[in-house]
Ligand binder design. Structure first.
Ligand code: IMP
Length: 194
């Protein structure tokens, strides 16, 4: 039996790996590259919801394929929720993950309140209708980088109740509790009921 195809509107190899891993045997997840879409979809909005929606709507409108897209933000309490929706470009346009990590550690130097959370919003276009799913994980920003797995802020984010950063965990362990894992779990639950 062939698997149902659905586009995940991203070219982030890490995210694809995570979500494919999560949906193994249930869906064939196509990336933007797989469908021959090479343009950059801007994320100009001030909410995760609008950014995610723009990505999935662009693909749905252009290809008429079922599609989902996510947008994620890291909110740090001591920084009034920054970097939030600007997490990808916290250290400036075209910055690396390492630049962002360095900037955040610098901003939090001497700060004892390290409370933070990751939030993911997924926008799904399925058979022409639109749905949203959210996932969140609470935790804290560590004082230094630790671990080499994952991406983004993983080396400095330790989820609540855990001594390890996301970058020190297996993908399986991260997926079980992560913002995206939780949002994807809701998406899957929904898709299974269709
Ligand atoms: P995006 O909009 O979903 O690509 O996420 C924005 C930024 O948040 C990314 O560029 C990463 O820096 C960060 N980010 C998203 N998901 C994760 C994660 O699972 N771990 C660490 N950082 C993440």
């Amino acid at each position: 039996m062939s698997l149902k195809k659905i586009v995940f509107a991203t070219n982030n190899a890490h995210k694809l790996e995570e979500v494919r891993h999560y949906l193994k045997g249930q869906y064939e997840i196509l990336s933007l590259q797989d469908i021959g879409f090479n343009e950059d979809i801007p994320e100009p909005y001030e909410t995760l919801q609008e950014n995610a929606q723009t990505k999935s709507r662009t693909i749905f409108d252009r290809f008429e394929l079922d599609c989902f897209a996510d947008d994620t933000g890291l909110e740090v309490d001591a920084l009034n929720g920054a970097p939030g929706v600007y997490s990808a470009r916290y250290a400036g346009h075209d910055c690396s993950f390492q630049d962002n990590v360095n900037k955040l550690l610098e901003e939090l130097k001497g700060e004892e309140n390290r409370v933070a959370n990751f939030k993911t919003v997924i926008s799904l276009f399925l058979d022409g209708k639109e749905y949203f799913f959210e996932g969140r994980v609470d935790g804290c920003i560590t004082k230094e980088s630790s671990g080499t797995d994952g991406f983004g802020y993983d080396p400095i984010f330790a989820p609540e109740g855990n001594n390890l950063t996301f970058a020190e965990m297996s993908l399986d362990d991260k997926n079980k509790i992560s913002h995206r894992g939780r949002a994807v779990a809701k998406l899957i639950q929904f898709l299974q009921k269709q």
